[in-house]
Design a protein around this ligand. Sequence first.
Ligand code: FAD
Ligand code: NAP
Length: 473
Amino acid sequence: MVVRGKAFSSSTCPKVCVVGGGPAGFYTAQHLIKDVQVDVYERLPVPFGLVRFGVAPDHPEVKNVINTFTQTAKHSRCSFYGNVNVGKDVSVGELLQAYHAVILSYGAEGNRSMGVPGEHLAGVYSAKDFVGWYNGLPSCRELNPDLSCDTAMVLGQGNVALDVARILLSPLDFLKKTDITQPALEALAASRVRRVWIVGRRGPMQVACTIKELREMATLPGTRPEMTPADFEGVRDALKDLPRPRKRLTELMMKTALEPPGEKERERWSGASRVWGFRFFRSPVEVLADSGGKKVAAVRLAVNKLEGSGEAAQAVCTGETEDVPCGLVISSIGYKSLPIDAAVPFDPRRAIVPNSMGRVQQVLGLYCSGWVKTGPTGVIATTMNNSFDTARSLMEDLDSGKLDVSAEKPGSLRIAALLEEKGVNPVVFSDWEKIDRLEVSRGEVCGKPREKLLSVEEMLAVARHLIGHFDLQ
Ligand code: FAD
Ligand code: NAP
């Protein structure tokens, strides 16, 4: 084997491992397997991270990246080990001893909290948990969100907020053809939510969502928008100076909010039983309880004004507040990476592993990619690019000799022995394929692309061939 001019015999082929089997893990591996052996360790028995547990069920086309990840996983120089929780089952230090390099690609599994009184009342959920619940993330299986109220408030105006609002308001006929979980489908069928406010601290020109997602809201069958025209004061005049993508997004926002509906919209709006709208210049300051003191009844919002303009404009409180009644609150103000091992540097303020071009500061042989490298923003294509950048940094270090690969490393042999001592049985890719086949065949029965398994225990039992399709009916 040749790594840019350096010849490696098969016994000294560099061995690296990736922590996390989401887009960052697989894109980093995809770049590296051209030259080195890559093992991917994933906490769950199933791969693909947020592509499986984040991407909305009604966006199946986005999930096609799974085909590319599958090709990588099946490459002769790549191995997948699911059901391995790095930081608990095996430490990063042990990985660094067993491999020439370790790449942390474990994403952002926490969420930013609002930091306001009342945010722990019943009826308040993080978008991370709500999304995890409708997408079958095992840890969110018991969430059972209370959808018995009329009005929901989603805090934040990014694409996750729009995913959540759309799922809450989508016609059941749409959702039942997706891979949304059966319990979520049943809860949504019984939902009494008829109105969703999507609340942002800044204005219409600062929303974080993108045009495709806004258009999906604006054309969602059975719904009509309800906005506050005063929020759009001065926006038309500012349009000409906006960069093109922001200009097109703002034009669509204004059309949706201010223009009389065309014929098609008029028809949809007149038959609409559900309403949604953006509420701008509002920050949550308190979640207010009902008379029993346990459940959310309203959110107190501070009324803001903007200082500065464009993307950098800052929300500043005017001192005024307003109380908006709602029985369901979903906080969608961003995900957050968490430290997984005390020995790994972590910047608590930015909630990332501090790095330069993917090289973890102060630890030779340790790299990072994806959301744990950059923070929790960016679509899959952005994650792909930053993961390729990290892989390039690693290859440069191999080329320059900064990363010493002269001594052979045991790689997965050593880790397998450590895991066995702890009674941890990894799930290999062919085990995942058994789970995959079973999920797809369960989905076929009810006209869905797949019916996901909802617990780690079920996943492991299927991977080990302990239970099959009929046991899970
Ligand atoms: P993740 O996808 O989170 O993958 C991290 C992986 O690491 C997970 O599999 C996790 O289980 C594993 N892991 C965590 N801790 C450990 C540990 N200790 N040991 C081993 N493994 C561990 N982008 C789009 O382009 N289109 C969309 O439609 C879209 N929808 C989205 C919807 C939501 C709700 C969210 C939150 C994001 C969405 N994105 C979308 C963005 C996209 O999902 C991210 O860009 C991408 O998933 C980030 O990849 P990642 O690998 O860094 O993180
Ligand atoms: P995001 O795009 O960063 O949006 C976060 C939202 O929360 C913003 O409106 C932000 O407002 C607001 N916010 C942050 N802190 C706040 C606070 N303290 N108080 C009030 N509001 C606050 O994050 P996201 O929606 O979680 O999405 C993460 C990434 O995944 C994004 O890059 C997104 O595009 C991607 N994604 C893509 C898709 C898709 O392509 N369909 C779907 C889902 C997610 P400010 O702007 O004022 O900070």
